[in-house]
Design a protein around this ligand. Structure first.
Ligand SMILES: [Fe+2]
Length: 405
């Protein structure tokens, strides 16, 4: 059963437990998604009541924006402490090796993390690019550095000498949906966002949207779907889709079909894989939403999914139709980033995509630098978390245990 909570109800509770200086605004999107709570200091430990308000904000609004963090105060270890309330932080596969191989070739293991050597990690490349911009200090393998620039660690302080260009946006996806227990909450801490604008008012030129060029997708989807996929923001915003609103807008028979649907997800081609539902019900709000109902969200990296009981061709057709529904403008929200922002999203209730961005940049003014943490499991009102060893071994890659500072 859906128990809807209004912006004013969340605001009243937020003022009661965070103080009257907190300003709550929302929804941020026309679909009803997104709530902003301004005036919270996430460097301070949170009380159970405070955590409860934030959990409810996410459960009802799918995306929560907590701007204005003091980056001198909110260190990455403190950001990871905050993330522990949402679930167990998961090491990102780009940060570790297993048996000498990149962690991206994933699988369940209980073995210890073998951290990638520092010079191979994104931090070293980011730090080498500009004298006036370095990553916030961290060692945790849970921190994913998201940056549109790389220097050469053997020749620090020199921006790249190749041509500046605009990289196309990514593909619509949710974070790490390809494990039996998917990630459900991800969050960014924004260090830098690009400020320059071209004469037309945007950071990047209008991206090429010809349906004749399928990249980065597989060829063969309809022109309508391809055009919707490629309509991405141009100021470095992260593009989101509200899959709760999109599910609610489906006709009743299509909703029923989605509720019955199971998709086979596989880590690698040839794996037997496992069956996963695409409709999830949020345990706090009762909202139903679509989780990664995408035929091939990681072309060339993970195999496309198939719908249980359907052929590959029929699976693609049905899921492409669903994706075309989801990507309609009324369910979309482009979230602008600013330094000091923390933005949290529920991967069961949203899709997202990275925008086109300048790469090979000459100036740190064009830098887009953020840190992502992602969490699995149940929220925790108090810390440290009490996850059992067997659960951690089964679901958190490489045996990582998040420290609480
Ligand atoms: Fe992502």
């Amino acid at each position: 059963m859906t128990v809807s909570m209004t912006t004013e109800q969340i605001a009243e509770r937020a003022r009661r437990c965070f103080g009257h200086a907190v300003e709550v605004t929302g929804p941020l999107a026309g679909s009803g998604a997104g709530l902003r709570l301004q005036g919270l200091d996430l460097a301070e430990p949170l009380s159970p009541d405070q955590v409860g308000v934030l959990l409810d904000a996410l459960a009802h609004f799918r995306l929560v924006h907590l701007p204005g963090q003091d980056l001198q105060k909110l260190s990455l270890p403190l950001f990871e402490r905050f993330a522990n309330h949402w679930g167990a932080p998961v090491p990102h596969p780009s940060n570790f090796l297993r048996g000498g191989k990149p962690g991206q070739s994933d699988g369940v293991t209980t073995g210890p993390i073998e951290m990638r050597p520092h010079e191979q990690r994104a931090t070293a490349h980011v730090n080498a690019a500009f004298d006036d911009l370095s990553c916030m200090s961290h060692e945790s393998p849970a921190v994913l550095v998201v940056a549109n620039f790389r220097g050469d660690p053997s020749n620090p302080g020199r921006p790249p000498t190749g041509p500046e260009s605009t990289a196309r946006g990514g593909t619509w996806h949710t974070d790490i949906e390809y494990e039996p227990l998917p990630i459900y909450v991800s969050m960014f801490l924004v260090h830098r966002a690009p400020t320059p604008r071209e004469p037309d008012g945007h950071w990047v030129q209008s991206p090429e949207t010809s349906p004749n060029d399928p990249k980065p997708y597989f060829a063969g989807s309809s022109d309508t779907l391809m055009t919707r996929r490629k309509q991405l923001p141009r100021d470095g915003e992260t593009a989101f889709v509200d899959t709760a609103a999109a599910f609610a807008a489906l006709p009743a028979d299509a909703q029923a079909r989605c509720r019955r649907m199971r998709v086979r997800r596989r880590l690698n081609e040839g794996d037997p894989g496992w069956l996963a539902p695409i409709v999830r019900t949020n345990p706090r709000s009762g909202l139903e939403s679509l989780h990664s109902p995408i035929w091939a969200s990681r072309p060339g990296v993970r195999p496309p999914v198939t719908i249980d009981g359907e052929t590959e061709g029929a699976s693609r057709q049905l899921l492409d139709e669903l994706e075309a529904h989801l990507l309609q403008p009324e369910f979309r929200y482009d979230h602008a980033h600013a330094p000091g922002d923390v933005t949290i999203w529920d991967n069961y209730m949203t899709l997202h995509n990275s925008p086109p961005m300048k790469v090979g940049i000459r100036s740190s003014d064009d830098a887009r630098l953020m840190y992502r943490l992602s969490c699995k499991g149940e929220p925790a009102l108090t810390l440290p978390r009490q996850d059992g060893a067997a659960w951690l071994d089964a679901h958190i890659a490489a045996g990582y245990r998040s420290g609480v500072v």
